[in-house]
Design a protein around this ligand. Structure first.
Ligand code: GLY
Ligand code: MN
Ligand code: MN
Length: 440
């Protein structure tokens, strides 16, 4: 993989730093699962964004105007005995050409070097919510005082580098758009595969296995979040991840799953009948959610806001609930009173990127933020009628539906990254009823 995009992002961050401004961006560390096993390692998104480097425990350091080089990385030292167990470490010599940084040091030198750098820094940018790094920073400051005594000058301003990076990450570059398109396409292929494989009597975890086999088979490192496969009333639990129930004919199944590809998340939800055919009440509710999804996508373009899109969704869903006799009263009043909330209790959208709920402020200066080309968001309206919703007709109870797409804002409007997986009733029934497809 070329280091060029990562190098370019470091340059962009350096341009924002004042002269002798110092930025510290830490890698993630391994987390113990039990005894001597660890959870699968996941690199810190900001560190990945600026380095593309997958080893744990590193520290990226940028210093504007430093004559020996502005971009430094601290990485694990080479250790042949450890590498036999845990894999080859890049080491410092290779880090310079492979990561395109100016200098690389062993993590064993980090205290000594940071004391020097902080002693020269005009201000320090670090992730303000990273207490562990902040404590180390305080230690390094003490180190400057001990070493330089009364000649020590210490930076007196801290800036949240995570907030600066969030603004950069919110607008995806052309390279990122390509990767996100691939993450969504792999996710879409996995959804299609699960739909084709689905049969009454199968277990939710078996559909999860179909999805995650497709992710891995296409080179996606892992699911971007725990896959949700909820049949029947399980679909009414928004983050249902147990995936243990047997799926019954006559029920819908909701799948919310996305691949992580080269660090980027897909996040797609589809809801379809376990036996391939919607019942009339399922179809009525499904088409209402689909209408909200399609209208929201039509509204997605530069200049509009997520709040405006969400409001349009609330209007469509509330009108639909009125038409179906689930709500009664005046449309405007019902919207104002939040009468939809028992049945649609989450937002319509979130940013999508390296993190499934990606970084970036939703409001600026107290106002909803206008969409811009390069932003990627989800559109995910839903309706959920839990079995204990005694106020609704029994025919609606136990139905949960969400339809979620991944959408890039373009100069002309938007591009739906997740279009590779069908979502109309006719398309879903055709895909699932296709015997050839079922046997492949
Ligand atoms: N999969 C989590 C979400 O859709 O936000
Ligand atoms: Mn989502
Ligand atoms: Mn989702």
């Amino acid at each position: 993989m070329s280091y060029q995009p990562f190098h370019q992002r470091r340059q962009e961050l350096l341009e924002q730093l004042p002269d002798k401004g110092l930025a510290l961006i830490p890698a993630a560390s391994e987390v113990t699962r039990s005894r001597d096993t660890e959870y699968p390692f996941h690199q810190a998104s900001d560190f990945w964004y600026l380095t593309g480097f997958t080893e744990p425990d590193g520290l990226l350091v940028l210093m504007k105007g430093r004559s020996e080089g502005e971009s430094l990385i601290f990485t694990l030292p080479k250790d042949p005995a450890m590498e036999v167990w845990t894999g080859i470490r890049l080491g410092q010599e290779e880090a310079v050409p492979r990561l395109g940084v100016d200098q690389a040091f062993s993590l064993t030198e980090v205290d000594e070097q940071l004391i020097e750098l902080i002693g020269e820094a005009s201000e320090v940018w670090l992730p303000l919510e990273d207490l562990k790094l902040y404590q180390r920073y305080l230690g390094w400051r003490q180190g400057v005082r001990s070493k330089r005594k009364r000649s020590a000058t210490l930076p007196d301003r801290l800036v949240d580098v995570a907030a600066q990076l969030a603004e950069m990450r919110l607008i995806k570059s052309a390279d990122e758009v390509d990767l996100m398109r691939q993450a969504a396409q792999i996710s879409a292929d996995a959804h299609c595969r699960a739909m084709k494989a689905c049969r009454p009597g199968m277990y939710e975890y078996q559909l999860q296995a179909e999805l995650e086999h497709e992710f891995a088979f296409q080179g996606a490192a892992a699911p971007a979040y725990a896959s949700i496969v909820g049949a029947g009333a399980n679909a009414c639990v928004l983050h249902y991840i147990a995936n243990q129930s047997q799926m019954q004919s006559g029920d819908l199944v909701l799948i919310d799953a996305g691949a992580e590809y080269q660090g980027y998340a897909g996040d797609i939800t589809r809801t379809f009948p376990v036996n391939g055919q919607f019942t009339p009440p399922q179809k009525q509710l499904y088409e209402l959610v689909l209408k909200a999804n399609q209208e929201a996508i039509k509204l997605t373009c530069p200049g509009t806001t997520l709040e405006a899109i969400h409001h349009a969704v609330l209007r469509i869903l509330t009108q639909g609930l009125l038409d179906l006799g689930i709500l009664s009263g005046d449309l405007e009043q019902l919207i104002e009173d939040g009468a939809f909330k028992p049945y649609f209790m989450h937002g319509t959208s979130h940013w999508l990127g390296l993190d499934v709920h990606d970084v970036g402020c939703y409001r600026l200066h107290g106002e909803a933020r206008p969409l811009k080309p390069g932003m990627v968001l989800t559109i995910e309206p839903g309706l959920y009628f839990a079995p204990d919703r005694d106020e609704v007709d029994p025919s609606w109870r136990g139905i949960g539906i969400r339809i979620e797409d991944d959408v890039l804002v373009t100069p002309e409007g938007c591009e739906v990254f997740s279009r590779g997986v069908p979502k109309t009733v006719a398309e879903l029934e055709a895909l699932m009823g296709d015997e050839d497809a079922a046997n492949t």
